[in-house]
Ligand binder design. Structure first.
Ligand SMILES: [Zn+2]
Ligand SMILES: [Zn+2]
Length: 352
């Protein structure tokens, strides 16, 4: 094992506002408003409002504008995957993270050392975003949302198959599918289309803006209709998508005997499915499962691994057992997106 005294620590450190790069004087995914932020992707626990300057992919900047409007940051600088930018002598570039549209790993290079901040990522193919790219580096900073061996996400097609079978079995009920408004909803629609489902899919108002944004950024999603396009009885046998918060609230009363499904990596945990009131839990996650996390450590092969949000301990333990110099970094306020309940689009949710 390598010496535990990190060479990278001098120029990259955890501060109350988040991960800070001293020579470049910028933060990566800061938890509060700062002068200069690199933002890996649009989920609210990584993309906060109110920064002075934001460097992110074009797609992430567009998502931030939809979610925050004026609050998306004073100046926006887009950086395409692979394009280099010099910030105070630090070379910065983005590599795809495979998490949601525009999601990136931030690659930071300084004085011959390379650190990769993965943000959030997954390894399985997602028709709505570019696939994760392995970037060899000296220090790999990884999430660990599902960093326990119990989390092994099944193939997506299997979970979509469950949904389509339920639709066949219950032609008199609306199939109400709960999904987070950024990433998960659009991916589920794309997976349904890939499975040959061509009928209209009916959307809760809170999913509208980001879904339209995905389409405008070149992700085709087929025939989408607002749920109010049909009368209650006409929604029998149709697939309706809504943010998780709407599954059990008054809004769902407009649907005929809704059969509630919920798509999340947490659906592996029965108690979580019950809390959500999901009759049909579907394990579809935008985060790497245990096998994807461990495989990624091996492929990236960074001698040093820093583990951020999630189940840090188990992944740190695993990494050490494999000869990596691994440690847990505690970054506050991360990993909340699975609880955010699609609230990012604000009032649209209440309105429809
Ligand atoms: Zn995320
Ligand atoms: Zn996250």
């Amino acid at each position: 094992m390598k010496a535990s005294n990190s060479k990278a620590e001098g120029w990259l450190r955890v501060t109350p506002a988040g991960l800070y790069c001293a020579p470049g004087d910028f933060y990566v995914d800061p938890g509060r408003a700062v002068a200069r932020a690199l933002v890996t992707h649009g989920h609210a626990d990584h993309a906060r409002p109110g920064h002075e300057a934001v460097l992110a992919t074009q797609e992430t900047l567009a998502i931030m504008k939809v979610r925050y409007g004026e609050g998306a940051g004073r100046s926006h600088q887009p950086l395409a995957y692979g394009q280099r930018e010099d910030i105070g002598g630090v070379t910065v570039w983005f590599a795809p993270a495979g998490h949601v549209l525009g999601s990136a790993q931030a690659v930071l290079e300084w004085r011959g050392r390379r650190v990769v901040v993965s943000g959030d990522f997954k390894r399985r193919p997602d028709p709505t975003c570019a696939g994760f790219e392995v970037v060899p580096c000296d220090v790999f900073i990884t999430e660990a949302t599902f960093g326990l061996p119990v989390f092994r996400h099944p193939p997506d097609a299997e979970e979509i198959g469950k949904l389509l079978r339920a639709q066949e079995l219950f032609p008199d009920r609306a199939l109400l599918l709960g999904a987070y408004s950024l990433g998960k909803a659009q991916r589920l629609i794309a997976l349904l289309r890939a499975a040959g489902y061509e009928r209209p899919i009916y959307l809760h108002g809170a999913l509208k803006k980001l879904t339209e944004l995905y389409e405008s950024l070149g992700v085709p999603l087929g025939d989408l209709q607002p749920v109010q396009a049909l009368a209650k009885a006409e929604l029998k046998g149709e697939i309706v998508m809504a943010p998780p918060s709407a599954l059990n609230d008054r809004w769902s009363r407009r649907l005929p005997e809704p059969l509630t499904a919920m798509a999340s990596g947490w659906m592996t945990v029965r108690q979580r499915a019950r809390q959500r009131g999901a009759e049909l839990p579907l394990v579809v996650s935008d985060h790497a499962d245990w096998d994807e996390l461990t495989r990624t450590l091996e492929e990236v092969a960074a001698p040093e691994v820093w583990v951020t949000h999630g189940n840090e301990e188990a992944l740190v333990h695993y990494a050490r057992s494999r000869g990596f110099d691994a440690r847990a970094l505690s970054l506050l306020g991360r990993g909340e997106e699975e609880q955010e309940a699609g609230a990012g689009t604000g009032t649209a949710e209440a309105a429809s």
